[in-house]
Unconditional design. Structure first.
Length: 85
């Protein structure tokens, strides 16, 4: 693999804001993606990992959906072939 892409400026700003928040008080933040309470000190890190997992899950779901569609069409073809005889 090549060099990992740099996070966007807004994300860096957000990470800085999150760590500032953590310095003042280590409170729990609610992650809008997975709806878990996350410690403010690790929130920026959690957010990155969570978004990655979310993308992977979406891809897996799409893949499973496509596979199921293929299986369905194959079964339909087979059923049609048998019903012809």
């Amino acid at each position: 693999g090549g060099p990992s892409p740099l996070p966007s400026r807004s994300h860096l700003m957000f990470a800085a804001w999150a760590s500032d928040l953590a310095m003042s008080v280590d409170t729990d933040l609610l992650c809008p993606r997975c709806h878990k309470c996350v410690r403010a000190s690790i929130y920026a890190d959690h957010e990155v990992r969570c978004s990655m997992l979310c993308r992977m899950r979406k891809m897996r779901e799409q893949h499973a959906y496509q596979e199921q569609a293929m299986i369905d069409s194959l079964q339909q073809q087979r059923a049609a072939a048998f019903s012809c005889r």
